[in-house]
Design a protein around this ligand. Sequence first.
Ligand SMILES: [Zn+2]
Length: 197
Amino acid sequence: MSVQPGSQPEWNIRAAAAACGVCGSEFADGGPFFSRLRVVPGQGYDRGDFCPSCWNDDARRDAISVWKSVFRAPPPPPAEALKKETAESLLRHLIETGDPARREAVFVLAVMLERRRTLIEREVRMPDGGGKVRVYEHRGTGEAFVIEDPQLRLDDLERVQRLVAELLGGPAGSTAAPEAAAAPAATTDRANEPCST
Ligand SMILES: [Zn+2]
């Protein structure tokens, strides 16, 4: 994955390293490691992964988000992913293309994957002068997903959910689009879930 300084949008994926960023020792499958995300001016997001003995204040300096994970050796890509667009493959595709017009869809997909426990929310931050940004960790691969929260209103949410359902290849409201049925009910504040009608 290439980094394009100055041209990247507010969302991004940063894969976990296979070895400690300080001492270089390789992480053992099933063993713990620590991660931090920081912003390098002019370069964007910088992820660091560390073994437990190198996890200290130096490693954590300027971090906007830190977390502990269990290292999993990368699995072979699932064959099923090639057959049809899933919420995860669509999210990855939209992040790679970096189209600002798709930022609402990117966020709705991230929330869908959080509800399925594919992604774990690690941090919510409010950059100076910017909107809300959420940092998710991928449960399977350890990648960090940095997603801009467009703070959708409920009436915008329906429109974005329809768009996501179309992108996933099912007509809106169709029972053939189970991905859409798992879309979030509210995204502006997770403590403020609306009652079902
Ligand atoms: Zn180390």
